[in-house]
Design a protein around this ligand. Structure first.
Ligand code: ATP
Ligand code: MG
Length: 393
C-alpha cells in the first residue's frame, strides 16, 4: 500500500499556549532535517493545529517511519491515504480496500469515526459511519463493530481532500530540539554519556559536546569512536559540534604533582572546569554528564559533590538515579550500545589508581590542587585554545 502522506500528532507542545507556533515551527524544522537523510522529496505543512508530511516522490516507507521516530516532539505518526475524488461510492471502495490490505488478519473489532470539516459535503458524519461500517462488514465478515473499545479506529476526514487513516505509530515524544537552549555534553566513549545526551536533547535542548583525548595513551581509534557516538546521538539531536581537547599534559601534570588516589577526582574537576569554559565560549548554558550515583568510585555522592564544586553552571545528570541495566536498555534502543562497547581505552582508565578515594575530603583535594599552581592555568588555556572542532552529523 502506498501512503501519500503522514499526519504528525504532537503531545506536550500542544500545551504551550501562545508560544505554540514556535514549537510547531521548531518541530517542522526538525522533521525537515530528519527527512533530508531519506531518499525522496517531501513537503511539510501546518494546517489548523496539525502537521502533515506529504510525499512528493517515491520513498521507502520503513526509512521514513524510522526517520520520523527520531524526531523529538512527535507523539504519533499516522500514515494516511488521501483521495481527491470525494464521491461517496469512491470513498467506500477505497476504505474497504484499505482495511483489507492494512489488516490481512481480519479478526478485529472496529469503529468508523468520520468527520466533515467540509460542511457542504452532502452526507452527514453519522450516516458516513453507518454506511462505511456496513461496507467493511460486507467486505470482511470476520470483523465486528465495537463502538466502545475498538481494536481498529478508522478515521475518515472529509476536508479539501479525504484523509483515511487508522494506524498510529508511536514517535519518541519529548520536545523539538531548538526550543530549550543549548547545553554542553561531556562525551566519552562509554555507554552512559551518549544516553545522557539523548535524554537532554529529548527535552528540546540543542547539544554541543566535548571529549578529552589523551594521546598517545588514548588512540585515534578511541577518538574516532567518540566521533561515531556523537554522530549516532546527532540522528536525534541534530548536528553536534564536538570539541576535542588534548588532555595529556594536564593529566601527566596532575599525575606528577598530586596523590595518586586523588587523581581521578582532580582530573574530573579539571574536565568540568574546561567544559564550562568551552560552554561559555560556545554559548551553552549548562553541562551534561552521564554520571549515576555509586556506579564507580568517582560517582559516590561525596565524589559528585567534589566534582560539582568547581562548576557554576547547572550540571544536568539525567542518569543519576538509573541502574546500569536501565541505561544499557536505552542505549540499545537508541542504537549507541554496539559502538559504546568497542574495546578502546578511555583516558580515565589509564591513570586510575589501585585504590582511588571514594569519599574525597574537599579540603584535601583543594590542598593537593595547590601543587598545580605553577603551570595549570597556562595548561588549561592552551588546552582550550588548541581544541579541535569536529562537526558530527
Ligand atoms: P561513560 O559510560 O559515559 O563513559 P562512565 O560510567 O565511564 O561514563 P566516568 O568515566 O566516571 O563514568 O565518567 C563520568 C562522566 O564524565 C561520563 O559520563 C562523561 O559525561 C564524562 N567523561 C568521562 N570521561 C570523559 C572524557 N574522556 N571526555 C569527555 N567526558 C568524559
Ligand atoms: Mg567512561
Amino acid at each position: 500500500m502506498v501512503y501519500q502522506s503522514f499526519l504528525i500528532k504532537y503531545a506536550e507542545i500542544g500545551t504551550k499556549g501562545k508560544n505554540r507556533y514556535l514549537f510547531e515551527d521548531a518541530l517542522i524544522r526538525q522533521i525537515k532535517n530528519a527527512l533530508r537523510r531519506v531518499d525522496g522529496r517531501f513537503s511539510i505543512s501546518k494546517e489548523s493545529g496539525r502537521i502533515y508530511v506529504q510525499a512528493e516522490s517515491d520513498y521507502d516507507y520503513d526509512e521514513v517511519i524510522e526517520a520520523l521516530q527520531r524526531v523529538f516532539g512527535i507523539a504519533w505518526i499516522c500514515p494516511m491515504l488521501q483521495i481527491e475524488d470525494k464521491d461517496f461510492d469512491h470513498i467506500r471502495q477505497v476504505v474497504t480496500e484499505y482495511i483489507k490490505e492494512a489488516y490481512p488478519d481480519r479478526h478485529f473489532t472496529f469503529k468508523v469515526d468520520s468527520r466533515r470539516a467540509d460542511k457542504t459535503y452532502p452526507i452527514h458524519s453519522e450516516e458516513m459511519n453507518r454506511q462505511l461500517g456496513e461496507a467493511i462488514l460486507d467486505a470482511c465478515p470476520e470483523t465486528s463493530v465495537d463502538v466502545h473499545k475498538p481494536q481498529v479506529l478508522l478515521k475518515v476526514e472529509v476536508r479539501k481532500v479525504v484523509n483515511i487513516y487508522s494506524l498510529m505509530i508511536p514517535g519518541p515524544g519529548g520536545m523539538p530540539v531548538g526550543t530549550n537552549g543549548k547545553a554542553m555534553l561531556l562525551l566519552s566513549g562509554g555507554i552512559d554519556s551518549p544516553v545522557a545526551g539523548y535524554m537532554i536533547a529529548k527535552r528540546g535542548v540543542k547539544i554541543d559536546a566535548v571529549y578529552f583525548h589523551a594521546p598517545p595513551y588514548t588512540s585515534d581509534r578511541a577518538k574516532q569512536k567518540v566521533v561515531d557516538l556523537a554522530k549516532l546521538v546527532a540522528r536525534y539531536s541534530g548536528p553536534i559540534p564536538l570539541a576535542i581537547v588534548n588532555f595529556t599534559d594536564i593529566q601527566l601534570y596532575i599525575y606528577e604533582q598530586c596523590p595518586h588516589e586523588e587523581l581521578t577526582i582532580i582530573m574530573r574537576r579539571y574536565m568540568m572546569r574546561i567544559a564550562e569554559e568551552l560552554a561559555k565560549k560556545m554559548d551553552s548554558l549548562a553541562l551534561i554528564t552521564g554520571e549515576s550515583i555509586g556506579q564507580v568510585a568517582s560517582q559516590t555522592v561525596q565524589s559528585l559533590a567534589a566534582t560539582n564544586e568547581v562548576c557554576t553552571m547547572p550540571v544536568f545528570r539525567p542518569l543519576i538515579g538509573f541502574d546500569k541495566q536501565e541505561i544499557i536498555d536505552i542505549s540499545e534502543k537508541i542504537g549507541t550500545f554496539e559502538t559504546s562497547i568497542q574495546p578502546y581505552e578511555d583516558c580515565c582508565t589509564i591513570f586510575v589508581a589501585k585504590h582511588p578515594v571514594i569519599k574525597p575530603n574537599l579540603n584535601m583535594i583543594r590542598k593537593s590542587e595547590l601543587n598545580l599552581q605553577e603551570k595549570i592555568d597556562e595548561m588549561v588555556k592552551e588546552a582550550i585554545d588548541s581544541a579541535e572542532l569536529v562537526w558530527c552529523e
